[in-house]
Design a protein around this ligand. Structure first.
Ligand code: MET
Ligand code: ZN
Length: 765
């Protein structure tokens, strides 16, 4: 019999229960016990749901109230000194590390956060040094296994493997120069041994150990560490399913297939081509092969025939008994269930599968391969066949005008009329900017009032006119505040936007939307990615009215604000029937029209945000160039229609941009703002290597925390930047948009920022 397995499930609850509970707890409105009760309810519901779909191997232990990597850090006692000694409970230490804390005399910023591989999920980066005293503060995998058992579900605990944990970490500040986290492996392993032997003692039948770094190039050098670690762990552990995802094993297959584990999981959604090599490599071993055929990253219904054909290939080499049908990765990147979608037309709804439905998919495919004679399985197969055929028929409808326009893109369309050195003069004259210009990244606090107004509009409790009036007032408040505090390039604050991608998707042709398709981005922040389902085009101007209105209120330059083509693509669920490049170019053309319209309407600075450009980067270096070429071209295509005097801005955040810095340069944006303070200004190292010749504002303070940076602190950052960036190129701005912040801290922080900029003008200009 072929078994089915799910690698992980969303932790947010079908109705975002966790968000509500966690935020209430942070706000002091929910006691810890209640929070933990909600968490337990979600876990139980997840286990029973997955089991009810017929899945054999149900995951546990991957649940978290913030981030699963952070869970490992706190459980392993990898808690930086700055979070210790405040008398906080372990739960509050956990949250303080995730989001910072400024309360009751404690004032600590959050730990660094990074994107999880090429997804829009963010993890909290472990800080490792020689002095970390690893110990097991608690065994979450064990606790949740027992909890599931009590709820009537036997689960397969999931943990992040020791090598991935260390490789994803960074050297703590107190570590000695040249310290590499992986060198702590020998000290960390005993903790894993204890954790795993406790699982074994509790009767756990198999454990899923995630080692996603195995799909990265850099891991090849770690073959020895893998061999040592897994030789040690396999002695005390329940049988290990070694899980890889988001990419291919490549050369690492050679050593991975020799590890003393019971099974290997591979991602066949992303890398179906690796199947033949992996199956062959496992042939002479006893390992089972878990086939990730149901996408953990996208929402399209799985084509059962295709999945079964892949599985058949593996069965031919290894035999049925050595095959497991699985999701490609954790389902954490997909929404919880389709049953919450009441507004999608039925034929559209039929294209999709969310986490719950995907659990049913793995079970059905496994049953099919096991030659099940169940009528329910037969019906599911028939329904799948029909649904896939209908979707393929729909996908054939291309928009000829859009396709022709993409085909007609010329090299001239990718370049501004003059080089930056010429443009910058025209721009400074036109915009009348002081040295060290101050600006923000776009959004201002999305207050409860704003969200309520939008919800009311959605429920038709207020009219479009009333809503627009409300938004106008908001814009006016934001403009007046910026004038008062003394910012130089203003923004309208983006109050009309539910989300920086969704807002555009809703106005473009080619997208569909879910009501409840929330996916965790970080902590309690969730996004609802739009779905690209057809060729994309602009129906009409999208932001021109708001930007013009905002500009009409002030003599200061108003920055227009757009989300870039690559980011819209990377933060949507893309089509799988045409290339990402094609989708990106279609988006770029639509945005190019918007950029040109904004300029015509008198907007002289236009920011095209590309925070997600890095996360779309292929995980293997050999694949980089192809992606970066079309990504850079897409950005240039959207902005190159501007005349010299109009500034094209762009913005980047929460990724390590150092390694794609040449491509950031190649965008030829006049000004970029880039998050820098949360990653300890390490971004600035890139300036040592590459000379950035256009204008740039590395963020001077972290915006993910309500903590207000002092003037001194900002001055220090500016001083640090000036050691690497010429004074005449430097802009002063926060790390990112302020939408998650409250007004109180926003006002205080921006006032401090402006004061620091004034000091810089006096001191360095
Ligand atoms: C994640 S980047 C956000 C950029 C956007 N303009 C904002 O300010 O919110
Ligand atoms: Zn940002």
């Amino acid at each position: 019999m072929v078994l089915s397995s799910v690698l992980g499930f969303p932790r947010i609850g079908a109705n975002r229960e966790i968000k509500k509970a966690v935020e209430a707890y942070w706000g002091g409105k929910l006691p810890e016990a209640e929070l933990l009760k909600t968490a337990a309810e979600i876990r139980k519901s997840n286990w029973t749901t997955i089991k009810a779909q017929g899945v054999d191997l149900v995951p546990s232990g991957e649940f978290t109230l913030y981030d699963h990597v952070l869970e490992h850090s706190v459980a392993f006692n990898v808690i930086p000194k700055r979070y210790q000694g405040h008398g906080l409970s372990l739960l509050d230490v956990f949250f303080a590390m995730g989001r910072g804390r400024q309360q009751g005399g404690v004032d600590v910023p959050a730990c660094e956060m990074k994107k999880w591989f090429d997804s829009n999920y963010h993890f909290v980066v472990p800080e490792i040094s020689e002095s970390v005293e690893f110990k097991l503060n608690y065994n979450k995998a064990l606790d949740e296994f027992k909890e599931a058992k009590a709820a009537g579900v036997t689960t397969r605990p999931v943990i992040l493997g020791p090598i991935s944990y260390l490789v994803l970490g960074k050297a703590a500040r107190e570590a000695s120069a040249g310290f590499s986290p992986i060198s702590a492996l020998a000290k960390l392993l005993p903790v894993y041994e204890q954790l795993l032997s406790e699982l074994k003692a509790a009767g756990v039948e198999s454990v899923q150990i995630d080692e996603p770094v195995l799909v990265l190039d850099a891991t090849t050098a770690l073959a020895k560490e893998y061999a040592t670690a897994y030789a040690t762990l396999s002695k005390v552990s329940p049988p290990i399913v070694l899980a890889t995802y988001f990419g291919r094993l490549g050369d690492n297959l050679e050593f991975v297939s020799k590890l003393p584990v019971a099974a290997l999981h591979i991602d066949l959604d992303r890398e179906p081509k690796q199947l033949a090599a992996v199956a062959t490599a496992l042939k002479s071993t006893n390992l089972l092969l878990s086939l990730g055929v149901v996408s953990g990253r996208n929402i399209w219904k799985t084509d059962f025939e295709y999945a079964a054909s892949l599985a058949a290939e593996a069965v031919a080499v290894l035999g049925e008994s050595r095959i497991i049908i699985a999701t490609s990765s954790s389902l954490l990147h997909t929404p919880v269930t389709l049953t919450n979608e009441k507004k999608l037309p039925l034929d559209v709804l039929d294209w999709f599968s969310f986490a719950t439905e995907k659990a049913a998919e793995v079970a059905t495919i496994a049953a099919y391969l096991s030659k099940s004679t169940s009528p329910a399985v037969a019906a599911a197969l028939a329904a799948n066949k029909e649904s896939i055929a209908k979707r393929r028929a729909f996908e054939k409808n291309s928009d000829d005008a859009v396709r022709k326009r993409v085909a007609a893109i010329t090299p001239e369309m990718l370049s501004r009329q003059n080089p930056f050195s010429v443009r910058v003069k025209a721009q400074h004259e036109h915009l009348k900017l002081p040295s060290f210009p101050t600006t923000t990244i776009g959004s201002f606090p999305q207050t409860k009032e704003i969200r309520t107004a939008r919800a009311k509009l959605g429920k038709k409790e207020i009219s479009e006119e009333e809503y627009n009036e409300f938004i106008k007032k908001e814009i006016e408040t934001v403009v007046r505040f910026q004038e008062k505090v003394g910012l130089d390039i203003l923004v309208h604050g983006e109050p009309e936007r539910n989300d920086m991608v969704q807002y555009f998707g809703e106005q473009l042709q080619g997208f569909v939307f879910t009501q409840n398709g929330w996916v965790q981005s970080y902590g309690s922040r969730y996004v609802r990615p739009p779905i690209i389902c057809a060729d994309v085009s602009r129906k009409g101007p999208m932001t021109v009215e708001w930007s013009s209105y905002a500009q009409s209120l002030t003599d200061k330059p108003m920055k227009g604000m757009l989300t870039g083509p690559v980011t819209i693509l990377n933060w949507s669920f893309p089509r799988v029937d045409i290339s990402r490049e094609m989708q990106s170019k279609q988006l770029a053309l639509a945005l190019r029209d918007e950029v040109n319209d904004l300029e015509k309407a008198g907007i002289s600075a236009i920011q095209v945000d590309e925070p997600a450009i890095r996360e779309g980067l292929p995980l293997r270096r050999v694949d980089w160039d192809a992606y970066l070429t079309w990504a850079v071209d897409s950005f240039r295509l959207s902005t190159a229609g501007l005349t010299d005097k109009t500034q094209a801005h762009s913005h980047f955040c929460y990724s390590d941009f150092n390694d794609i810095f040449p491509s950031i340069l190649a965008l030829d944006a006049d000004v970029i703002s880039i998050e820098a303070s949360k990653s300890d200004m390490k971004l600035l190292n890139a300036f040592k290597e590459f000379k950035y010749s256009n204008e740039i504002g590395p963020g001077v303070y972290d915006i993910h925390s309500p903590r207000v940076p002092s003037v001194e602190e900002i001055k220090e950052r500016i001083q640090g930047m000036l050691t690497l960036i010429p004074a005449d190129l430097l802009y002063i701005n926060p790390d990112c948009g302020l939408k998650t912040r409250g007004w109180k801290e926003t006002e205080a922080a921006l006032a401090n920022m402006v004061e620091a900029a004034k000091w810089a003008r006096q001191t360095f200009a």
